[in-house]
Write a protein that binds this ligand. Structure first.
Ligand SMILES: [Zn+2]
Length: 597
């Protein structure tokens, strides 16, 4: 990272008006001492994005993103720290401190630019090959799958020549790209036997260009038309291609407001649906859905429909994707495709209207979970029905009370046991009856920041409030440090480590410090400063410690309950677990009482 001198950075930040810069992306209005607008990082209709009164930090009360001005520019423009500073300097009309130009960073950037250029050339080359005689077989395949020439062109589909002659390699080196760059970009490989010889990475395959969120070609997916393995091959990971952080087809949604996104398994599903006018489908890149991809989706939509294959592997992947999406706060539903049919086949046979109708009738996550569980049991036998009734009861115990009533009725219809018996089963079998226990509540905690929230939000609130005490009063730094084991989130830990160095009583130095701070820590700092200040530090401190300790115990209780609910463990072990759960609950109750008094 380049080291811009403090004085220079300070001048840059003084000359840069955060509100004016943000106003280029967001409409801002003053209210209650802050500036408010609709968040550019997640989809919303009522403003929860704010800029602090001193205009040092931004923070979104919806998606919880936050940070300094430089962080904001980095996020909005997908820039590195150095490039964001450069852009701000250009805007402010300031010369860059020349001798401090970070040569490594700029070389690295140039190399990436060359890589993007090579990718673009490769994409054009493959697309050209598709239209040549050698691409005929691929064209026939696409025609059989109902992909029109327009759709093929819209996705820039291509053909990689077969054989070991390195035709792409020849084409790109003639265009002036170095062999090393082509190897690093994952387009070619060097022969192990003869180091002067190069092969193309993709040979005799149908090519699917993968476009990054910024709209540039970053890699390729490729499918064989014959029996060769693997059937699908992707570009390797390169400095510009990260499978975990991109989605096939996602670039087409930029600037649009699809409302909901359809998550499919294959590139051909995205393309097939697109050809039938269903333009909001995306696919992960040959891996299970990652949390990074879920975050990407979260920034554009609030609802995701999963349309994976109806076979067992597809259903298992669906269950996993649901968990990933829900963990990121997205609403996810499941499109009930017939067994063994993928979305592409379905839309070809039944048409777009039928597919849309299927999407409109998508199953809620919990309905899917119950059906997915059911598929594991043989309901034609007494034993199978009983085992499913027990497992199903435990699953349902995790749902909300209103949902429980509905699903116990459904489970009853499936198994023949009465809803009452199933409900009792869920309670007696050391069930994960989490709700009841977590409600043993926190009415005693006196700070508004932690009182109304639940679950992760409450934990987050308490962690941030602890740090806020240490930000506002350095005397609390060592005390919060002693309670560091209660702080779990990585960004909060990072911030805690930096608090000693926080310049106090010097606003200009503070601005520079915050802008230099690690983005995760800066985001946490923004979250801390978004909280209302504490009136009574001591009460606040003990409230936070109380809440976090209690939540730790509750997490432990949940974990033990899950273990105890496993039907395969011996009774003695279950009794031991139940005893431990009782002890933890006892401690929480006792402290709760002490606290009240
Ligand atoms: Zn937001």
């Amino acid at each position: 990272m380049a080291y811009f001198p403090d004085a220079w950075l300070e001048e840059l930040l003084q000359r840069s008006d955060f509100a004016a810069i943000a106003a280029e992306y967001v409409q801002l209005k003053p209210r209650g001492g802050r500036l408010w607008g609709c968040c550019p990082f997640h989809h919303e209709k009522t403003p929860s994005f704010t800029i602090s009164p001193d205009r040092q930090m931004y923070y979104c009360f919806g998606c919880k993103k936050g940070g300094s001005l430089i962080n904001f520019v980095m996020e909005m423009e997908h820039l590195s720290f150095v490039d964001a500073v450069r852009q701000l300097a250009a805007r402010a009309g300031m010369e860059l401190p020349d001798r401090l130009e970070d040569r490594y960073a700029s070389e690295n950037r140039e190399k990436k630019e060359r890589m993007y250029a090579a990718m673009r050339e490769a994409g054009l080359f493959y697309h050209h090959c598709l239209k040549q005689p050698m691409g005929r077989e691929a064209c026939e395949y696409l025609a059989r799958r109902g992909v029109s020439a327009e759709t093929a062109a819209a996705f820039g589909l291509g053909w990689a020549p077969a054989g070991w002659d390195g035709e792409l390699f020849k084409h790109l080196t003639e265009k002036g790209f170095s062999p090393d760059l082509l190897v690093e970009a994952g387009l070619c490989t060097r022969s192990k036997k003869d180091e002067s010889k190069y092969f193309d990475w993709f040979r005799g395959r149908l090519i699917f260009p993968i476009i990054g969120t910024h709209g540039r070609l970053i890699g390729f997916g490729a499918r064989t038309l014959g029996a060769e393995q693997p059937k699908y091959l992707n570009s390797p990971e390169t400095p510009i291609f990260n499978k975990r952080r991109n989605l096939f087809g996602f670039n087409r949604l930029k600037g649009k407001n699809p409302g909901r996104i359809i998550l499919v398994e294959g590139y051909m599903d995205v393309i097939g649906l697109f050809g039938h006018g269903v333009t909001s489908a995306v696919a992960s890149l040959g891996t299970a859905l990652t949390k990074e991809q879920a975050r990407l989706l979260k920034n554009s939509v609030s609802e995701v429909l999963i349309a994976y294959d109806g076979d067992f592997a597809g259903q298992k992947a669906t269950a996993e994707a649901l968990n990933v999406l829900e963990a990121e706060g997205l609403t996810a539903k499941v499109v009930p495709l017939p067994e063994g049919v993928d979305p592409d086949e379905f839309v070809r046979k039944e048409g777009a209207e039928a597919f849309r109708a299927l999407c409109d009738g998508a199953l809620s996550a919990n309905t899917f979970r119950l059906r997915h569980l059911k598929a594991k049991y043989d309901l034609s036998t007494e034993d199978g029905r009983t085992a499913f009734a027990r497992a199903g009861s435990r699953l349902i115990a995790r749902f909300s009370p209103v949902e429980q009533e509905r699903y116990f009725a459904e489970l009853s219809a499936m198994t023949g046991y009465s809803p009452e018996a199933l409900a009792r089963e869920s309670q007696t079998a050391a069930s994960e009856n989490v709700h009841k226990n977590t409600v043993t509540n926190y009415r005693n905690t006196r700070n508004a920041a932690i009182r109304p929230a639940k679950g992760q939000d409450r934990r987050r609130g308490a962690e941030c409030l602890l740090l806020r005490l240490a930000i506002d009063d350095a005397a609390y730094i060592p005390r919060v440090g002693q309670k560091a084991h209660l702080i779990r989130s990585e960004d909060a830990k990072a911030l805690l480590g930096l608090l000693r160095d926080l310049p106090r009583g010097d606003p200009e130095a503070l601005t520079v410090f915050l802008n230099r701070m690690d983005p995760a820590a800066a985001s946490c700092y923004a979250a801390c400063m978004s909280l209302p200040p504490c009136a009574d530090f001591e009460t606040c401190f003990s409230d936070c410690v109380f809440v976090l300790t209690r939540m730790d115990r509750e997490d432990e209780i949940k974990r033990l309950q899950m273990q105890a609910a496993d039907p395969s463990i011996p009774q003695a072990e279950r009794d031991e677990l139940l005893k431990r759960i009782g002890e933890l609950r006892g401690k929480n109750d006792e402290e709760g009482r002490g606290y009240e008094g």
